[in-house]
Design a protein around this ligand. Sequence first.
Ligand code: ACO
Length: 419
Amino acid sequence: MSETSPIRSPATPRPTSGAPRYAHVIGWGSYAPAQVLTNADLERMVDTSDEWIVSRTGIRERRVAAAHETTASMAAVASLRAIRTAGIEPDDIDVILLATLTPDYWMPSTAALVKEAIGNTRAAAMDVAAACSGFVYGYATGQAYIASGMARNVLVIGAETLTRFLDYSDRNTCILFGDGAGAVVLGAADTPGGGLGIEMTTEPEGAYMIWLPAGGAKRPPSAETIARGEHFVRMEGKETYRFATRTLASTALAAIDRAGLKSSDIDLFIPHQANIRIIEAVAKGLSLPMDRMFVNLDKYGNTSAASVPIALAEAVNQGRVKVGDRIVIVAFGAGFTSGAVAIEWTADPERGRAGDAAVTPADVHVRLPVDWDSVDPIPDALAAVMGRPVAPGVDVPLDDVVPGEPEHARRDRKTEIRV
Ligand code: ACO
């Protein structure tokens, strides 16, 4: 087997007898935490400048999860918004796939926590580990479940709390990443539409180009690994950049080709939001103008697996996607991995804004163990940023709500859903 092992899907999914054929996007939603980390804030932490960050990456600010927020809690808000947009109940979801490289715990899966937080009692829930390509890998997996007839509705989530895995003395990485979550509901249908062509690649020769050295079985966490900062994201920026510019266009083209389309048939590309220069290179590689590329990295930075679903939800809610449009979601990430799906959009875009408005962070709670006793999760370098009001009169709590029973958990041990 070659080191590059693409997994291909047929242009049209072949169902088992009597099973639904197509997987349409029927719901979408996103959540970004309120606190903003600006380039000016980073200028006070490391030797960098707003001018350097904007000209080399396009990023102006990113979001930081509050002390009481986690990958699971942000994922649950985005998921309930997607479920609300779809007009279904949480229990209509058969499978939950949560893509993340920043899970709440090594175990249980963050997907299991989200299942409880959204009030689903039936779904199989699991995490997907493919770094920034994770949401696209999850989407492809969800589509396969539907095409095979094993599921009718699949919730696919990308969610990250990257700010807790960054070294805020390393200017090569800390300027790039932020926190957030996005989700879609894929629903089975007999009518054509939805994912038409999929491409996924894995190139392990890039395995140590973006990685988190310690905390796994190879280097279990210890005082020594922490002293060496091996619990933080490490990255070879130039090599990663080269891989991204090489692979994003070719992966997107392969998915488009499998859908029986040409790149000029695509109304909007929703690429991984890592660096504006990478997105510009993709547009050039595909001979397309930049107005076919959706960009929101200036506001959120790189939110890894959450990047594509947040961008997708925003693009649809901003009216950039209409019924009948062909769009491509495409991502690259650690592994090296890449993935793309060419999609025919069939849902009423208007539904998204109502879905977002119907769910607030107060509508979910992720249950904690009763004997939970935590340390403050906010990195010291971000303490001053997290201490300031996010809007006039609105403070983000500085401390987690432990030890003891958290206020929101004490209210009612049963799952609360207000959708
Ligand atoms: N501020 C100021 N100067 C900086 C900064 C900074 N934040 N970071 C690096 N520099 C310096 C370097 O030290 C270097 O200085 P030197 O010439 O004196 O050595 C100079 O700027 C140029 O550095 P480069 O690394 O060549 O800068 P480049 O133009 O390649 O941009 C960047 C760096 C933004 C990291 C780019 O390489 C990139 O975007 N790579 C891809 C990263 C990426 O997308 N990662 C996510 C992968 S997805 C996942 O799975 C997590």
